[in-house]
Design a protein around this ligand. Structure first.
Ligand SMILES: C[S@@+](CC[C@H](N)C(=O)[O-])C[C@H]1O[C@@H](n2cnc3c(N)ncnc32)[C@H](O)[C@@H]1O
Length: 228
């Protein structure tokens, strides 16, 4: 089965597949005890003026809508047409403005300049993760923040998820390598976390790589280049 079909069925079967708890759009880190990444991102953006954000593999749009409600200009990219329509509807219902792109993240084209790129749960569905991360990094402004969560190979992909091709990453694999040289606000290997929220699957466990990192700012004028 293709990932698009899998998520079309999941998103069509229930009003909310992800982020089922109330206060999903809250900007208070204390409301996100189940998501380390969200806590770290909210603490980071709290001191910043609203900028431009990109949410890749946006699902039903919760991260995108939360940032839009904080005043950010947000692009959300989602391959599932059911998901893309839900992002539009949920954004409208929440009074948020999000630009939704119904496309493959690898095909998404933008001039870039993003101050925040969220990639929450997408990379384990992408074989060409080096290519996608490189593109995400190119599209990011100096000092911009990336929030990445992906399955690691620490535990096998649970049987229920093996109906679509998946590409988890080693803990010291492509994701960790791609962010060498970035300033890490979070670099965490979450191992064997139990997932019980989805009625369409038996309880199962995942292992994740969780990363929140800042792109190095441009070297200041006159700064000396490191020796080759
Ligand atoms: C695990 S879900 C996470 C959804 C959302 N980021 C969240 O945290 O609520 C992964 C999402 O990525 C989307 N996706 C998978 N492959 C994609 C691709 N190549 N391009 C864009 N979206 C993709 C899926 O349709 C799904 O909505």
């Amino acid at each position: 089965m293709e990932v698009r079909e899998f998520f079309n069925a999941a998103y069509g079967a229930t009003e909310r597949y992800w982020w089922r708890k109330q206060r999903r759009y809250s900007a208070d880190p204390a409301d996100h005890s189940a998501s380390l990444i969200t806590q770290v991102v909210l603490r980071h953006v709290r001191g910043l003026p609203p900028g431009r954000a990109l949410d890749l593999g946006s699902g039903e749009g919760t991260d995108a809508i939360r940032m839009a409600l904080l005043g950010w200009e947000v692009d959300a990219v989602e391959i599932s047409d059911v998901g893309a329509k839900k992002i539009e509807r949920f954004a409208y219902e929440a009074g948020a403005r999000v630009t939704v792109h119904h496309t493959d993240a690898l095909a998404f084209d933008s001039a870039g300049g993003y101050d925040l790129v969220v990639c929450n749960g997408l990379l384990h569905y992408v074989a060409a993760k080096e290519q996608l991360i490189a593109r995400m990094q190119e599209m990011t402004a100096p000092g911009g923040c990336h929030a990445v969560s992906s399955w690691s190979t620490f535990t096998p992909v649970p049987p229920g998820h093996q109906v679509v091709p998946t590409f988890p990453d080693d803990e010291d694999g492509a994701i960790t390598r791609a962010y060498r040289g970035w300033d890490k606000l979070l670099h965490y290997y979450e191992r064997n976390r139990l997932e019980i929220a989805h009625e369409d699957m038996e309880p199962h466990a995942h292992s994740h790589i969780k990363m929140v990192a800042l792109k190095p700012a441009r070297p200041s004028r006159g700064a000396r280049r490191p020796a080759a």
